[in-house]
Design a protein around this ligand. Structure first.
Ligand SMILES: O=C(O)[C@H]1O[C@H](OP(=O)(O)OP(=O)(O)OC[C@H]2O[C@@H](n3ccc(=O)[nH]c3=O)[C@H](O)[C@@H]2O)[C@H](O)[C@@H](O)[C@@H]1O
Length: 431
């Protein structure tokens, strides 16, 4: 006798005094139902992923950016077209990847101001506070720049964008940035800086017309190079971090796409860019935050108590370099994936040409914030950092009259003013 036999029967509800045969068939039919429902559930899940844009690496955590993005539809296409519409004579229509990033926001806004059509693309990842990226997005939206939310690895999205707008130029700034973070999350560098770049170039080479591409490399490609100032002709085969290695790989990949498909490609080696709306992972930014909060800041020093120094470059000077590169970029020579002749391939240093020790940067911040920093001088960790950077910019000067005009003191003053306004830290203002 089963325990079910003791269960009082409740008329109108269910009867438990069934024969063993009845129980078995009922159990079998439940299993059948469960199997059918499970099958349906799995089919729905399968269909969902099958319809999602393809990814180069399903095991990559950044894949979530591919499936979360929503795009498409008539209203969306209209926004894309309107944002990319050229409003000046001989203007460009530019796809700016990484548009919600620091450099991307400034470049997009400058292009829009002068009448170019600009469409942004950004995956809004959480490498640093995405609310800052959203605030930059809001800023751009007010000036008429629409940022499509999506990943550069999403080939079907990229193709769609080129179907809707025949972009004349691509300003490719989407990347996994940061020298030291590469030891924590190497895969994200490969995902964005290598796989993402290739996926973008694949779509660009098939586009008709092919756009000219200007993209962000990095001063970090000079790695262990000791010859200063760094010239584009110097060796760049000794990267000191995976970040630098992926940027260097990008330069070689650019060479390949230029060689095979006739894509016009210009790589820009940025030197430690800083300024308003900057990146919170960078030293000048988190030093400011930590000084204001009375937190000790780690300041790296080189061997034998030597200074670690950077050729800090103000964002407006970088924007000038980006626009100069776009303006002097020649057309790609291929069409529909076929090269018709040799195309332009360039690499420029964009730096300030006056390296400043990190200790001096901290002293400037102390003066501007009117707060004494708690300094912890420590040996430069073995995490990809290099002791010194210094740009030789004569090539950019020759090609488009590049001339940085903002020194670190002036630039940091503008940054601090923005920082205090944005984060509303009354403490430092009051002192
Ligand atoms: O120019 C470049 O190529 C690179 O510039 C920066 O890299 P980095 O120069 O290392 O910039 P920060 O991380 O802001 O460091 C600036 C300086 O502060 C020093 N530092 C950093 C962090 C810290 O805790 N303490 C410290 O003394 C670093 O050694 C470095 O000399 C960017 O983060 C990279 O994305 C960019 O590609």
């Amino acid at each position: 006798m089963s325990h079910l036999d003791h269960t009082p029967s409740t008329p109108g509800k269910f009867k438990m005094d069934k024969s063993p045969y009845y129980s078995r068939t009922r159990w079998h039919s439940s299993v059948a139902k469960l199997t059918i429902w499970s099958f349906l559930f799995i089919a729905v899940i399968f269909l969902f992923f099958y319809r999602s844009p393809p990814s180069s690496s399903n095991s990559d955590p950044s894949r979530r950016y591919l499936t979360s993005a929503t795009w498409g539809g008539a209203a969306w296409e209209k926004r894309v077209r309107t944002s990319a519409r050229i409003r000046s004579r001989n203007g460009f229509s530019v796809l700016v990847t990484g548009a919600a990033g620091f450099v991307g926001t400034h470049v997009s806004s400058a292009l829009k101001r002068r009448g170019d059509g600009v469409l942004g693309l950004d995956n809004f990842n959480d490498y640093y506070d995405p609310t800052l990226k959203r605030a930059r997005q809001a800023l751009l939206e007010r000036s008429g720049v629409f940022i499509v939310e999506g990943d550069i690895n999403d080939v079907s999205l990229l193709k769609k964008l080129f179907e809707v707008v025949p972009f004349t130029h691509v300003m490719h700034l989407a990347a996994q940035a940061g020298v030291r973070y590469a030891m924590k999350n190497p895969a994200s560098y490969v995902h964005s800086n290598i796989a993402g770049f290739v996926s973008l170039l694949e779509v660009c080479k098939d586009a008709n017309p092919q756009p000219a591409i200007v993209w962000a490399s990095s001063s970090s490609v000079y790695g262990l190079n000791t010859k200063v100032p760094f010239s584009e002709k110097d060796r760049t085969d000794q990267p000191a971090s995976l970040y630098a290695a992926t940027k260097k790989a990008g330069e070689e990949i650019a060479h390949t796409y230029n060689h095979i498909y006739g894509l016009s490609l210009t790589g820009l080696r940025f030197f430690t860019v800083y300024g308003p709306w900057g990146r919170p992972d960078m030293a000048y930014f988190f030093f400011t935050k930590d000084i204001l909060n009375g937190k000790t800041i780690p300041i790296f020093e080189a061997a034998n108590h030597g200074n670690v120094a950077r050729d800090f470059t103000y964002i407006d000077d970088i924007v000038k370099g980006c626009l100069g590169s776009l303006d002097t970029a020649e057309k790609s020579t291929g069409s529909g994936g076929k090269k018709k002749g040799p195309a332009q391939l360039r690499v420029f240093n964009l730096g300030n040409t006056s390296p400043v020790p990190v200790t001096d940067l901290v002293s400037i911040l102390e003066r501007l914030l009117k707060v004494k920093a708690k300094r912890n001088i420590m040996k430069l960790p073995r995490n990809g950092d290099v002791p010194y950077t210094h740009a030789n910019i004569s090539y950019a000067q020759k090609e488009f009259g590049y001339k940085p005009t903002t020194d670190l003191q002036t630039g940091l003053k503008k940054f601090v003013r923005w920082y205090l306004g944005y984060y509303g830290n009354k403490k430092a203002v009051a002192r």
